[in-house]
Design a protein around this ligand. Structure first.
Ligand code: URA
Length: 319
């Protein structure tokens, strides 16, 4: 299935192998940091399109930085009280604390108009104006991520049995993230993570009926009216379940790839509906959650959602 990415075979290995792989990968940048474009590790850079800059402009900036850097902070400012600057930066989504310390070392961070290069600086995120590369950071930032969950990963932030879980993909965050709903351990695909509790709650609440789409691999031949049957409703042990849409995406005679969209979220719902109709699912991938699509995102990769996507999600549930 295309959306599961080139690494899909790897995902069917046991949890032990996956853990070994993770250990081997230790020391490499987290997927999300790679996604920001840092090839060999290094700090996550805020996404920003820079206009072409002239040498004069660069010289002016350097001069400005020197002035600001050399000017001493007023007595008492930034000592003792408040939170450590790198912690505030990390919470605002600029990367891990370590990456934020590097931003400070690189003189890219300013507080109240002065470049800061000391790691001990404390700030009050409510009062101090904090900028990175000249852009103000929000004091209370919400984080919104989309993960292509590989098969074998448990849909929880922690797993007492040491199995690979969603928490492994978002370690060392300053803020607690929630996963928006669940996927079965063997189901792959799109799962959203955020620290916006109300958004997470609404996206999974039946009242808002957010549509999710899945690609299911089943064995054919299938009857012509399978879609109609699923849309009319399938009787399951915990009540009727209906699909909103159904289409055959691929058909190689015996093997079928079908897309099922529905707006409810009962456990194993797609697998149960297809199985009850006589077509057990060999493989299941979630490809869409409301307005958010999985697209070409590789298996195991985490990405920040764009502002547009977050806006669409918020509108979807009346926020
Ligand atoms: N339906 C299923 O059967 N499994 C999932 O993980 C999600 C929907």
């Amino acid at each position: 299935m295309r959306s599961s990415g080139r690494n899909s075979n790897r995902n069917h290995r046991g949890a032990g192998n996956q853990r070994d792989e993770r250990q081997q990968r230790a020391g490499r940048p987290r997927p999300e940091e790679r996604a920001y474009g840092g090839k060999g590790g290094g700090p996550a850079r805020p996404k920003r399109t820079k206009p072409a800059r002239s040498r004069e402009y660069d010289a002016q900036i350097e001069e400005r930085n020197r002035e600001r850097h050399d000017r001493p902070a007023p007595a008492g400012e930034g000592d003792g009280e408040g939170e450590r600057l790198q912690k505030v930066l990390a919470r605002a989504g600029l990367g891990s604390r370590r990456a934020c310390e590097e931003l400070i070392d690189q003189a890219r961070v300013e507080v109240n108009g002065r470049i800061v290069t000391s790691q001990g600086r404390r700030v009050d995120p409510e009062k101090d104006e904090i900028k990175v590369d000249g852009l103000t950071i929000a004091a209370q930032s919400y984080l919104f991520f989309a993960l292509n969950k590989p098969a074998g990963v448990v849909s929880s932030m922690e797993d007492p049995d040491g199995r690979q879980c969603l928490g492994d993909y978002v370690q060392n965050r300053e803020t607690r993230l929630f996963h928006v709903g669940r996927l079965d351990t063997e189901t792959e695909g799109l799962i959203l993570l955020t620290n916006h509790g109300e958004l997470a709650h609404r996206l999974t609440h039946p009242k808002y009926g957010v549509t999710k789409s899945y690609l299911a691999a089943i064995q054919g031949p299938i009857p012509r009216d399978l879609g109609k049957r699923l849309k009319d409703g399938v009787r399951l042990e915990d009540g009727w379940a209906r699909a909103d849409h159904f289409r055959v995406v691929q058909n190689t005679g015996k093997n079928y790839l079908v897309e099922v969209s529905l707006h409810e979220g009962r456990k194993h719902i797609v697998r149960r509906m297809l199985s009850e109709s006589g077509f057990p699912v060999d493989k299941l991938v979630r490809t869409r959650f409301g307005p958010i699509v999985l697209g070409d995102q590789k298996s195991g990769w985490l990405r920040r959602m764009t502002h547009t996507e977050v806006g669409q999600l918020m509108r979807e549930v009346g926020l």
